[in-house]
Design a protein around this ligand. Structure first.
Ligand SMILES: [Zn+2]
Length: 577
């Protein structure tokens, strides 16, 4: 099928090119616009949890050709913020892919309560499509990521994403002739960017391989089988994550041992962090992903993909999305201000440089339009802020929530207490709507009363009811707009709970981690947006932009229509005025 497509493509391009030559000889050369010569490859990089200040902050460790290539030779937007409240991974990745907010694309959180299924559901789970590798499903014994464990089935697809992606528009525009791929350690880092038309691969911690589902393929391409059979992850067996430089080179060189960092048994909270042996340590692959090695494996697989799928080798633009996940996992365990995060940035810089070098050699950076951004930022660990005199920062104590008399008050008022709440799936509280109906109570009244109680809790900044969102009866503040932008009625819960800045729940499925993003506050909404390659001239721009502008900018640059739900706008410094 692929071969037939390719020869057809060459034929049609040949005809089109011939027609164009005639046209341009008859008329003036001013017909030649940017869209006449599109880039051969669009490379969309997402760095999971790369807060907007992190590239500058850690730039003293950067070499040539990685972050510095982007920051010094690209169009660098230093003031980009998301405008949705739940700054989680699937939400940000889908917003980058679609150019819109969760209210339009439907991805309101990593996990939501599925009222039809009567259980929590994982964002991209899909029972109709199965993993192509037996035993590659999430291993609930060793999986540290609680959102992954919420999936009821091993299947994954983009079917729950309600708007088109840039990659979809590319496929439609070029009549299916663009090659479209996405790669990440996390399934939710790859699936949204591949869109409904491309192919997605992600890392299975259970097998140490890159996997996909029957949505994308009936069977693995031969090169994927070969890559997996060579077991690249095993090269790190018995090794450890060690510092790249002498401690004196780092801002946090003398601050490695901090009690507020996560001390995961066997991995520890100081360098070197041992991976253990692949044969004996059931957390071996997990440890790789909470170190820069996860990104290095992603790079290794991506290079094989570019070579074997021959990306960027003809005049129809191809699309490749790569999402690097290590920065997020390292941030959760050790915090954004830690020796681990600092070293991870130095190593990510080398990983980016290796990717750009590889693309320059095989396709040419001048033929490649690159954009780098992040799916969300990250907070500081409360313990770190305490060291600097910011005392109010803390982890929210969910136990304390249970001990309060609020539910008793409810029982008194409505005749129902604890059974009123179906579940709390951050950031939403889901009510037992059937019970409310059965009791003949007014849903709006119950929501309002509960929201009123919730804001009384110390550490809760706002509690917003769905009824208020549906009827648009909220004050026009930034926070309320962000919550509204996150509201997709079939999936959002009945009350949105917002914690005060620097106060968050740090429970990662029983494991207490150092920090958790997901708030509407500036440290979580702040991300870099940098375009480079394809002949762009260096520029640094501080005016406010949003990551929703990324997909419409890519579309406009290529002269194709924006994704269906896009609310962002093409960035003038990239596409021309
Ligand atoms: Zn993320």
């Amino acid at each position: 099928m692929q071969t037939a497509n390719r020869s057809h493509r060459l034929f049609t391009m040949g005809k089109w090119a011939a027609g164009f030559i005639v046209a341009s000889s008859l008329f003036s050369a001013s017909y030649v616009t940017a869209a006449d010569k599109p880039p051969k490859l669009v490379l969309q990089i997402t760095v999971d949890a790369l807060r907007g200040d992190m590239p500058e902050r850690y730039s003293h460790l950067f070499g040539k050709g990685g972050f510095k290539y982007l920051m010094e030779q690209g169009v660098y937007y230093s003031n980009a913020h998301y405008q949705h409240a739940n700054t989680e991974t699937i939400v940000g990745h889908t917003s980058l892919a679609t150019g819109t907010v969760p209210a339009a694309h439907g991805m309101v959180g990593n996990v939501w309560f599925d009222r039809e299924k009567g259980r929590q559901a994982y964002n991209i789970e899909d029972a109709n499509y199965h993993l192509l590798t037996a035993g590659a499903d999430v291993d609930s014994d060793t999986e540290l990521d609680p959102t992954q464990k919420a999936a009821g089935v091993d299947g994954r697809s983009p079917n729950a994403i309600m708007s088109s992606t840039f990659s979809d528009e590319l496929a439609v525009h070029y009549h299916g002739q663009s090659k479209i791929f996405a790669v990440s350690v996390k399934d939710r880092g790859a699936v949204p960017l591949a869109g409904h038309t491309g192919k997605a691969f992600w890392f299975s911690k259970a097998t140490g391989e890159f996997v996909t589902t029957s949505y994308y393929y009936d069977q693995y391409p031969k090169w994927v089988q070969e890559w997996n059979a060579s077991k690249p992850a095993l090269a790190w067996s018995g090794k450890a994550w060690e510092l790249m430089f002498e401690p004196s080179a780092y801002l946090f060189g003398e601050s490695d041992d901090k009690t507020y960092e996560t001390n995961f048994p066997g991995y520890g909270r100081v360098f070197p962090h041992p991976f253990g042996s692949a044969a004996d340590n059931k957390y071996f692959t997990t440890f790789l992903t909470v170190s820069p090695v996860g990104d290095e494996l992603t790079l290794n697989f991506t290079k094989a993909l570019i070579a074997n799928e021959q990306l960027g080798q003809d005049d129809v633009p191809d699309y490749l999305a790569v999402s690097f996940s290590s920065t997020d996992y390292v941030g959760h365990l050790f915090g954004a201000s830690s020796l681990e995060s600092e070293d991870n940035m130095a190593r990510l810089d080398r990983t980016l440089a290796a990717l750009f070098r590889y693309i320059d050699d095989s396709i040419g950076l001048k033929n490649t339009l690159i954009v780098l951004s992040a799916d969300h930022g990250q907070p500081e660990v409360p313990g770190y802020l305490h060291e600097h005199g910011i005392q109010h920062a803390r982890h929210f104590d969910t136990e304390a929530l249970d001990k309060t008399p609020a539910l008793a008050a409810f029982k008194k008022k409505f005749g129902i207490g604890e059974e009123l709440i179906e579940t709390y799936s951050q950031p939403y509280l889901y009510l037992n709507n059937d019970l409310i109906r059965k009791k003949g109570l007014d849903q709006a009244e119950v929501e309002k009363a509960l929201a009123t109680e919730l804001v009384k809790f110390d550490g809760v900044a706002a509690a917003v009811s769905s009824t208020a969102l549906r009827t648009a009866s909220l004050p026009d503040t930034l926070l309320m707009r962000y919550i509204q932008n996150n509201f997709y009625s079939e999936r959002s819960g009945d009350i949105y709970v917002v914690f005060e800045p620097n106060i968050f729940i740090n429970d990662f499925d029983g494991l207490s981690v150092a920090s958790t993003h997901g708030s509407p506050w500036r440290y979580d909404t702040y991300v870099p947006v940098i375009f480079a390659g394809a002949g762009l001239k260096a520029k640094r721009i501080s005016r406010p932009v949003t990551p929703y502008d990324v997909a419409p900018t890519l579309a406009n640059f290529l002269g194709i229509k924006p994704p269906s739900g896009a609310v962002g706008n093409p960035l003038a410094e990239v596409v021309g005025k």
